[in-house]
Ligand binder design. Structure first.
Ligand SMILES: [Zn+2]
Length: 144
């Protein structure tokens, strides 16, 4: 059962809501998101892509799909001026790929699954993925 919403569904343009409590409902949602993402061979997925307007996204860029990272209420603290082009796709835009220029380095603040604030620095493909997913939770799409 796959419930991904695809462009031009207008919900992709909605701003997701902050999470205040990481209860079982949220944990189940994250588990469900991970199943969908792995099933579709994606490397990132935001809750809004399964029609849940919540500031959650997950990323796993490992080949074995065993390094799931969960990001809740993420905010960008720093984006490097140094940028790179990368050909991006999106599970909500099947078959569409576009070269996009994004910062190589990023620093974000988020809360983890235990509700703790974390600062996370990343570079290259992981940084690009985070920037792509943060756009999703803020109601933007990668083609704009
Ligand atoms: Zn996407």
């Amino acid at each position: 059962m796959v419930n991904i919403i695809n462009y031009p569904n207008k919900n992709l343009f909605k701003i997701s809501k902050k999470i205040y409590k990481i209860n079982n409902k949220i944990k189940n949602l994250i588990f469900y998101m991970s199943e969908i993402m792995y099933n579709l061979l994606g490397i990132g997925l935001s809750a809004i892509q399964i029609n849940k307007k919540k500031k959650i996204f997950i990323i796993d860029i490992s080949k074995n799909k065993n390094k799931l990272k969960i990001f809740i209420n993420s905010k960008i603290l720093y984006l490097s001026k140094k940028k790179i082009y990368f050909k991006e796709g999106c599970l909500s835009f099947p078959g569409i790929y576009k070269n996009i220029k994004r910062s190589i380095y990023i620093k974000i603040i988020f809360i983890n699954i235990k509700g703790k604030f974390k600062i996370y620095k990343s570079k290259n493909i992981f940084s690009i993925c985070i920037q792509h997913e943060i756009e999703h939770i803020n109601g933007k799409i990668f083609l704009n």
